[in-house]
Unconditional design. Structure first.
Length: 274
């Protein structure tokens, strides 16, 4: 009669790596039945001892992924005492990496999970910035960590994308004299609204270049002094009414402006920026 193998997977994180290895190895023995018992987020000595107490010698194997030395030593010690094989998945590759790099690992439990969470937050923030770019949907204002407002060519979109890569959900709203400001802006915490302005001469240069790339003439109203001055006056009026922070982006790189915004948000909200 075939023996049932019990593969115990212990991990200081979610245990996905250990489970995949256990399943892949067991599948090589197609005549035998097996069961995987997974125990994620292991950090308590009592719990580990209880798991070993239920394990049967001759039918059990422990596969574990932990970067915590105390947990590793305990599992190996209990396995040796009960004559149950224990397989340390993490130590061999970590030791090889340590030898090559010349310094010790962090040994922080669940680090890859935190990195993954940060990655997905970043993806979500970028998708948010794209969805609510250029005032496409005012409903994004309520959901946003930061609302950027300003006239055309004040770096709203590139700033939104840069800040999104820092995990901020950013919406940007263009200010145009002929178009009413969304009501949602006046309901938003003004500390989360950032007004962007620029020098009129700088805007003329930028807009003129923009017209050239579009194959349009410099005589277009978009790049005229009067038009730009009108837009700037209108935008300043809106920003003053909102009582929001105002940043002049005329001579600043995107990274510098973003740094100013992040520092401002930290001062206003501390660790509750998001």
């Amino acid at each position: 009669m075939n023996k049932t193998l019990i593969l115990y997977v212990l991990s200081d994180s979610i245990g996905e790596t250990g489970e995949l290895i256990a399943r892949a190895a067991a599948k090589q023995f197609i005549t035998e039945s097996y069961e995987i018992r997974k125990y994620p987020f292991i950090s308590d000595e009592k719990e580990i001892r209880e798991i070993f107490d239920e394990a049967v010698t001759g039918e059990s194997i422990f596969i574990y992924t932990t970067v915590l030395t105390d947990i590793k030593n305990l599992i190996d010690e209990l396995g040796k005492a009960k004559n149950i094989p224990t397989i340390d998945v993490m130590s061999p590759p970590m030791k090889s990496i340590e030898n090559v790099l010349g310094y010790a690992p962090k040994r922080e439990a669940g680090l890859i999970r935190r990195i993954d969470e940060d990655y997905f937050k970043k993806v979500e923030a970028v998708e948010f910035a794209v969805k609510y770019d250029d005032g496409k949907d005012p409903r994004g204002i309520e959901k946003a960590d930061i609302c950027l407002i300003g006239i055309s060519r004040t770096s709203k979109t590139p700033l939104s994308m840069y800040l999104a890569n820092k995990n901020f959900k950013v919406v940007n709203v263009p200010l145009v004299p002929e178009i009413s400001v969304p009501d949602e802006l006046y309901k938003k915490d003004q500390r989360r609204i950032i007004g962007l302005v620029a020098d009129a001469k700088k805007l003329i240069e930028i807009r003129t270049e923009r017209l050239k790339t579009l194959g349009l003439t410099n005589s277009a109203n978009y790049a005229s002094v009067d038009r730009i001055q009108k837009e700037l006056e209108y935008s300043m009026e809106i920003m003053m009414n909102l009582n929001c922070e105002i940043i002049d982006v005329s001579t600043r790189a995107i990274e510098e402006t973003a740094s100013i915004i992040i520092e401002y948000m930290e001062n206003q909200f501390g660790d509750k920026m998001f």
